[in-house]
Design a protein around this ligand. Structure first.
Ligand code: FNR
Length: 363
């Protein structure tokens, strides 16, 4: 059952890559162009750091799979691409391993193929502390991801229906492990209130994983005979909305969900993410063209991100938070209703050196 579900997820996620896409709110974030802001390419670094973690690049392969023969092969190939490019990588949910230890190899291949890379183990919010330790040990994991996915579980025919234990279990796991713990959504976003709760629970960072890319409510609904949960398609907030919502919440943020190209990466970094992940798009490249195609895609993304930073005058990914951003359309409406001021984002560049004269409202 579990192995079949993992194969279904891959198939349905890939179908979504081909299907029509709604509005992607990254398109509602634009940089103000400053033609003399450019710097020299050799001065640009892609290195990033958060919660005691240092990565050479601010892009990662986010959680996907493991638990079946087919997905073990996918993990082997994802890990090979991660090794070749130095990009951090997360496993898929290791619940399948807890239920059936005979599928261990479909996850441990992530470490075997990538002995020196940054590998993240992924578990759900009901995992026991003992199982979390087993997961970390199997992958010799450098960090842990705990996914929170109420919309997915709700649409999933065999999904969980009880969620009240999750905060307490997250707190227990955080207290029991000695590596950074990242809590992530799976494509429906984390609100400011959720991020503040996660901070109180002691987690190290939050990956907002918002709406706009892979839609897990839709995937699970696609596994139902009658598709009764079609009304949950597109549930939640985009990564861009979540980053704006959680500004200043005091917890390091990562971003994923609907990231299509290096400009989306730069947008998310400029909105305050320390690193940016993608899943469905990387899976698509791998299944279409093999490891070579995924390596080429990751290499191009890193190269083009460096090019964008050079043009925007950002020596580091963190420097992108000094770039001026304009927020448009439905994202601007979201900000207005949530009491988020967009004006200050448009007046950040050079603010320390030469404060602008500001007039009128900051909205
Ligand atoms: C996922 N995702 C996911 N997340 C997680 O925390 N545990 C998991 O086991 C899985 N499984 C999974 C399978 C497949 C095939 C895909 C494509 C994705 C969710 C993933 O990590 C991410 O949060 C979302 O996919 C949104 O990012 P993209 O796909 O829009 O870049």
């Amino acid at each position: 059952m579990s192995a079949q579900r993992k194969d279904d997820h891959v198939r349905l996620a890939i179908e979504q890559q081909d299907g029509p896409r709604g509005v992607n709110q990254f398109d509602e974030v634009s940089f103000v162009h400053h033609a003399l802001a450019g710097i020299d390419r050799p001065d640009v670094s892609l290195a990033t750091a958060f919660a005691g973690v240092s990565w050479p690049v601010p892009i990662y392969i986010n959680a996907m799979t493991g638990g079946s023969v087919k997905t073990g092969v996918i993990n082997r190939d994802l890990a090979t691409a991660a090794r070749e490019t130095g990009v951090p990588i997360a496993s898929g949910s290791m619940n399948a391993y807890f239920k059936d230890p005979s599928c261990a190899g479909t996850f441990s291949v992530l470490r075997e193929q990538n002995p020196d890379g940054f590998v993240i183990a992924n578990v759900n919010a009901t995992a026991s502390v003992d199982n979390v330790w087993r997961a970390i040990e199997l992958l010799r994991a450098d960090a842990l991801q705990i996914h929170v996915n109420t919309a997915q579980e709700t649409a999933m025919p065999e999904g969980d229906r009880s969620f009240s234990s999750w905060p307490g279990q997250i707190e227990k796991i955080v207290a029991a492990v000695d590596i950074p713990v990242i809590v992530k959504e799976v494509g429906n976003g984390l609100s400011r209130q959720t991020v503040l709760t996660l901070k109180d629970l002691g987690v190290s960072a939050a990956d907002v994983s918002g709406r706009g890319g892979t839609d897990f409510a839709r995937i699970e609904n696609g596994r139902r005979q009658l598709g009764e949960y079609a009304f949950l398609h597109g549930w939640g907030q985009s990564a861009a909305a979540c980053l704006l919502d959680a500004q200043g919440a005091g917890l390091p943020l990562l971003a994923s969900g609907g990231v299509r190209h290096p400009l989306d990466v730069a947008r998310a970094l400029a909105l305050g993410a320390h690193a940016v992940g993608a899943s469905g798009g990387f899976l698509r490249a791998l299944l279409d063209g093999g490891v070579e195609a995924l390596v080429a895609k990751l290499t191009t993304w890193l190269d083009q991100l460096e090019a964008l930073q050079t043009m925007l005058g950002a020596r580091t990914p963190a420097d992108l938070t000094h770039c001026d951003l304009l927020i448009h359309g439905s994202l601007r409406d979201f900000c207005a209703d949530r009491g988020i001021q967009t004006g200050p984002l448009a007046r950040r560049f050079g603010a320390a050196e030469a404060p602008h004269e500001t007039t009128g409202s900051s909205q």
